[in-house]
Design a protein. Structure first.
Length: 426
């Protein structure tokens, strides 16, 4: 870097090197009060914030609605090409977030341009082929089975015993995994997302199970997602199939599990959604949409990498700098919120949020539909069977997962009037 560019970097907080003015992307405030933290960031740094990941790794966090729209709308200037990252020489092999950010791999998540579109052309039709009515029936059956496991006690942890299991079990049915493997897959995906000490080994175990599933479906194809992917006329390697399966499953499970938990929490703590507990399904839909605006499961999405030097939100972005998509921060941007109003009815039906990202790398529309069916069906069946749910602890004591990237709870203790199990009869 030349002297003049170094001086410019210092004045703009360029994250090409660790910066003392950068906001650490760790700490309890991301779990306890992210809304106030994003307001502070916007006031002190503007819509593009120099941040520091664990280990002193620099990045940009984009929290402006217009700026995030600009980044996600321009895949040539801001591609999802992790190979461009100028920090690779400084990233140790055991960096806890390495599995999350990954490396150049042949998947729908890590490819760019024509290669990315080739993967989309195989994955999206397979997702579109999932029958929504059959998916709903499967989800109802699985929800009943999970509720049967705790409904006679009069108490439960709706994260550990319900929300953290329903999406992966439903997806296992769609993909072709046996039910008993669901909890282990859920553990692996959570460990990777939270950047825990076992994230690398969890990634390897997750990959191994997907390889095994692919081999099984090659020998015995069926009416499942993997078999439909294999039936696509284009040629893909086993590694490409496995990478795409891992990307689709992880994205669908983690965000849907937190969407369920956050929505139920909202209905138990916010009087505006009390009608949901009395069987008003329209209120369930409103609560779920409110969560996407106010408490979106994916708070920060990784990432984009600048293809060349540019400016964004009055900051100088260097070629190879990483930009993190601040989905929650952008959803709360006052420039967009002043046009939405503050009440729930204004949000109802308005899907201009960034909760599913945007642009070429957005969550595929069929995947969004699958997530919504799983979440809404699970919540509706839960409230039908246990209509007098109530929190077992004060709302302010609920603990969020230890991640700046995902917004979910570690547990959701509830009490209710015990009821008999259905035992498969509905």
């Amino acid at each position: 870097m030349t002297t003049s560019s170094a001086e410019s970097s210092a004045s703009t907080g360029c994250p090409a090197q660790p910066n003392s003015a950068a906001v650490p992307l760790t700490g309890p405030r991301f779990h306890t009060d992210p809304h106030h933290l994003y307001r502070e960031m916007r006031r002190n740094h503007g819509p593009v914030v120099a941040v520091e990941l664990p280990g002193g790794v620099p990045a940009w966090l984009v929290i402006g609605y217009r700026e995030l729209h600009q980044v996600t709308s321009d895949p040539e200037l801001f591609p999802r090409d992790v190979g461009l990252w100028n920090q690779w020489p400084n990233i140790p092999e055991d960096w806890p977030l390495r599995a999350m950010f990954g490396s150049r791999r042949p998947s729908i998540y890590f490819t760019v341009g024509a290669e990315h579109r080739r993967h989309v052309a195989m994955v999206e039709p397979a997702l579109e082929s999932v029958d929504p009515f059959e998916l709903r029936r499967t989800c109802e059956d699985l929800t009943d089975r999970l509720i049967d496991g705790f409904c006679g006690r009069g108490s439960a942890d709706l994260v550990g015993e319900f929300a953290a299991l329903l999406p992966v079990l439903t997806l296992a049915s769609v993909i072709g995994f046996p039910d008993e493997e669901g909890p282990q897959l859920a553990w692996a995906m959570n460990e990777i997302a939270d950047g825990g000490p076992d994230s690398q080994s969890a990634y390897m175990r997750y990959q191994e199970r997907m390889r095994y599933l692919l081999a099984v479906k090659k020998e015995r194809p069926g009416a499942d997602l993997v078999s439909r992917m294999l039936a696509h006329p284009a040629t893909f390697t086993d590694e490409e199939y496995v990478e795409d399966l891992m990307a689709v499953t992880a994205a669908a499970h983690l965000s849907t599990a937190d969407w369920i938990g956050n929505s139920v929490r909202l209905m138990l703590t916010d009087d505006r959604f009390a009608a949901a507990l009395g069987g008003a399904r329209s209120s369930v839909g409103k609560a779920m949409n409110e969560v996407l605006w106010e408490d979106t499961p994916t708070q920060i999405h990784a990432g984009r990498w600048a293809a060349r030097d540019t400016r964004l939100g009055e900051k100088i972005i260097r070629a190879g700098d990483m930009l993190l998509l601040g989905l929650a921060g952008a959803n709360a941007d006052p420039h967009i919120r002043q046009h939405l109003g503050g009440d729930t009815d204004t949000h109802a039906g308005n899907s201009a949020h960034f909760s599913f990202s945007y642009g070429e790398y957005r969550c595929p529309f069929p995947a969004q539909q699958i997530a919504e069916i799983i979440a809404s069906t699970g919540i509706e069946v839960l409230l039908d069977r246990l209509p007098d749910l109530d929190l077992a602890v004060p709302a302010q004591t609920l603990v969020r997962r230890p991640s700046a990237f995902l917004r979910g709870m570690t547990s959701l203790p509830v009490v209710f009037t015990p009821v008999r199990a259905l035992g498969g009869i509905r």
